[in-house]
Design a protein. Sequence first.
Length: 88
Amino acid sequence: CQAAGVDPSQHSILFLHDFTWNVNPSTVLSCDMSWGWGNVNGHFDIFDAKRDSTRCSRNFCAWRVKQDGLYLFIEAHKRLELQFTWPH
């Protein structure tokens, strides 16, 4: 994952691990993700401050990667909701 304009380095996040990032009002965090030993993969903007500041609780976004795509916990709905499907 890499945060444009905030952190020029790239970070690898292992299975079942968490990570945090300091963000600002223009932060966009992009990640390459895979599922099932790399059989399915894609590139996703998993945090966009303009899009997600109201969807996440106090700029804390909880994502879950599943077989059909990436889910975000939407604070207002109190549930995980599918945000991105895997590219075909």
